[in-house]
Design a protein around this ligand. Structure first.
Ligand code: PEP
Ligand code: CO
Length: 449
């Protein structure tokens, strides 16, 4: 394989590329972006990798969630605090229910670009480029709004900075205490979460801080590259736009630019795995993206849909198990369960989402693997975008507060209910999994299996 450089992706076919009319303007903007301070620290990235390695061993559980696509207009205190709150509350429920620590990763502070199936959108015979997320263009259906604008890259970086700054402020200021009204235990290995009747837990008294990591789809490689730098100690390169960037299902081609870029950065990375992935392709991607089988490096985020998971997931789990490589399996039960209502709105049914998760836990346990995380599109607000859940919106209610321009998100109540349902189920699947050799733990035996 050729030598990797932060620009070697530019020689590969680029899926979902952006065509800027003024290339010189783009280059000036990227130079400006590259000179700005990084959004996250390489030491935080390494810490997340260490925690994800623990999740691979079943000692932690990954909770990843946030908007399908963040809007610049949503860079306001309420939506940001709302997302932090729901993720931390879900984390509490999951930690208590499963007796293990939760890793909180937001789809936040950079989830500004979207892959699109169609390059153009047509209304009344007029075709314009599709809206690709606020990092690239604007949603209004005018030629001006839809033209990719390099200045949006800088605005995205600034929004990401403000969002992160606010999240840090909330966490430093003891936001967690405002959730339960008292100090909480985040260890997940004691039973007190929240600490009951004012008692402090024995293992981690008075824990009022929590770690929170950021993630987004690393779709726009110009943006990712501009913030990619060598680490402080050696020649390792980090993508410093987020702790945990992931490769989308539409940009994961093995000879493509995205895989080339991602193979050389040292961050822990995610890879979306959809229904068209074959076992051979997956093993080849694992080899390219994690050649040294580094713990915590690679999370496979599978997203098949309730109807397809039973057919699609087992051959992939078996293949990974046979090759003996270490991955973290995470289930995104959102992206394979999108449906259109009669009125043409995109929605997802709570029962289909939970149903896919149920099957995911069951399949991994059955095959001696561990499902170590979940990935949701959600918001802390009271939107009506997904149907179902106890007291949740019906199809007729969807128009009441449908705010997403792209995929439908679980609302606050639905997200909490989802966490409670997972907590109940994972207790069981962990007991079941303990009887089987976990994937990746017994590498020395892997050849004889
Ligand atoms: C997403 O996570 O918003 C997304 C587009 O997912 P996928 O790449 O799995 O389709
Ligand atoms: Co989405």
């Amino acid at each position: 394989m050729n030598t990797w450089t932060p620009d070697s992706w530019q020689t590969k076919p680029l899926a979902q590329g952006v065509d800027y009319a003024d290339r010189a303007h783009l280059q000036r903007t990227l130079a400006e972006l590259a000179a700005m301070p990084p959004l996250v620290g390489s030491w935080e990235i390494e810490e997340l990798k260490r925690q994800l390695a623990e999740a691979q061993l079943g000692r932690r559980f990954l909770l990843q969630g946030g908007d399908c696509c963040e809007r610049f207009d949503d860079c306001r205190p309420e939506p940001i605090a709302g997302k932090l709150k729901i993720l931390l509350e879900m984390g509490l429920i999951l930690a208590a229910g499963q007796n293990r620590r939760v890793i909180h990763v937001g789809r936040i502070a950079g989830q500004f670009a979207k892959p699109r199936s169609a390059e153009t959108e047509t209304h009344n015979g007029v075709a314009l480029p599709s809206y690709r997320g606020d990092l690239i263009n604007r949603p209004a259906f005018t030629a001006e709004a839809r033209a990719p604008d390099p200045r949006l890259l800088l605005r995205g970086y600034q929004r990401a900075t403000l969002t992160l700054h606010y999240i840090h402020g909330l966490i430093e200021g003891g936001f967690i205490k405002t959730i339960a009204g008292k100090p909480l235990c985040w260890c997940g290995s004691c039973t007190a979460a929240p600490v009951n009747s004012g008692r402090q837990c024995n293992c981690h008294p008075n824990i009022d801080r929590v770690e929170f990591f950021t993630s987004h789809e690393g779709l726009h490689l110009d943006y990712e590259r501009a913030q990619t730098r060598p680490g402080p100690r050696d020649s390792t390169w980090y993508d410093l736009t987020a702790h945990f960037p992931w490769i989308g299902d539409r940009t994961r081609s093995i000879g493509g630019a995205h895989v080339e870029f991602f193979r050389g950065i040292a961050n822990p990375i995610g890879l979306k795995v959809g229904p068209t992935m074959t076992p051979e392709e997956l093993l080849a991607l694992i080899d390219v993206l994690n050649p040294n089988d580094e713990p915590g490096r690679l999370t496979l985020i599978h997203r098949f849909g309730l109807r397809r998971i039973e057919k699609c997931l087992p051959p992939l789990v078996e293949a990974v198990r046979r090759c003996g490589k270490t991955v973290l399996w995470c289930c995104d039960p959102m992206h394979g369960n999108t449906q259109l209502t009669q009125g043409g709105l995109k929605t997802r049914d709570f029962n289909h989402v939970l149903g896919e998760l149920d099957r995911a836990f069951e399949i991994h346990a059955r095959l001696g693997s561990v499902l170590g995380g979940v990935h949701f599109e959600l918001t802390g607000e009271n939107v009506t975008e997904c149907i179902g859940g106890a007291g949740g919106p019906s199809e007729a209610d969807l128009g009441k507060a449908y705010l997403s321009d792209v995929d439908p998100r679980l609302n606050y109540e639905q997200a909490l209910e989802m966490a409670a349902s997972i907590a109940r189920r994972t207790g069981n699947s962990r007991k079941y999994a303990r009887r089987l050799p976990p994937v990746g733990l017994n590498r020395e035996n892997s050849n004889s299996q």
